[in-house]
Design a binder for this molecule. Structure first.
Ligand code: SAH
Ligand code: MG
Length: 214
């Protein structure tokens, strides 16, 4: 029997071809996310901010499934600033004509259905800060990959890290120490976490940082 824990040189064995899922997750970063979730998931639910079409959810969700855990995947599904028409990361296929807005939720659902992860990954649709405010379940892993404005990144950090259990994992995507490589807000919340003395860095893979909450 094929074990879901099996990994190949290119990363964990996933239920569907990762290249068929639209998104912004490098394979090496995805593998690190998978390993982090595999270790955390037995202790409590994992949660990501920024589902988009389910690329990171596929890595995290496959690990949660292997570990007998679950993943909540938060997104308002209207896209970040850079996903809007006229911006660099706009994808016209994700435009909902009737809504006059982006809608990535149908794509996430298709990813989860094809990957048979609907009993493991639970989409939570809405603005991250509003959901964080009423959230009450301790989390074993929080992955911040939502909006890149300072307001959104700070709201994610302030809103979700209090729900992270001691010994849990905080992962942050799009951390670019050199401003020439990308926007600063994810780097700023990473710096804030490191300055707080509540976290120690365990891994840096490309723009992904994985921190351990003490
Ligand atoms: N993790 C994804 C990429 C996420 S892109 C992958 O692996 O491909 C960032 C996502 O964050 C977008 O889908 C956008 O809709 C969402 N987002 C941005 N700001 C948000 C906010 N304030 N609340 C909820 N979702 C938000
Ligand atoms: Mg990202």
């Amino acid at each position: 029997m094929r074990s879901s824990l099996e990994t190949t040189q290119s990363g964990p064995r996933l239920p569907i071809d990762i290249d068929t899922v639209k998104g912004f997750m490098d394979p090496a970063e995805g593998r690190a996310l998978y390993d982090a979730a595999l270790a955390c998931a037995p202790r409590g639910p994992c949660l990501e901010i920024g589902a988009y079409c389910g690329k990171s959810a596929l890595y995290l969700g496959a690990a949660c499934q292997a570990a007998g855990g679950v993943l909540f995947s938060v997104d308002h599904h209207r896209g970040s600033e850079e996903n809007q028409p006229g911006w660099d990361y706009h994808d016209a296929e994700l435009w909902d004509e009737a809504a006059g807005a982006m809608d990535t939720l149908p794509f996430l659902r298709t990813t989860l259905r094809l990957a048979r992860l609907e009993e493991v990954v639970f989409p939570v649709v809405g603005r991250s800060a509003l959901i964080a405010r009423v959230w009450a379940t301790p989390l074993s892993l929080v992955f911040i990959d939502g909006g890149h404005t300072l307001e959104a990144a700070l709201a994610d950090y302030r809103g979700w890290t209090p729900h992270l259990m001691a010994g849990g994992t905080l992962a942050i995507h799009d951390v670019f120490p050199d401003p020439a490589d990308g926007g600063r807000p994810p780097f700023e919340i990473y710096q804030r976490a490191m300055a707080s003395d509540l976290y120690e860095e365990v891994l840096a893979v490309k723009s992904l940082r994985i921190l351990h909450k003490l």
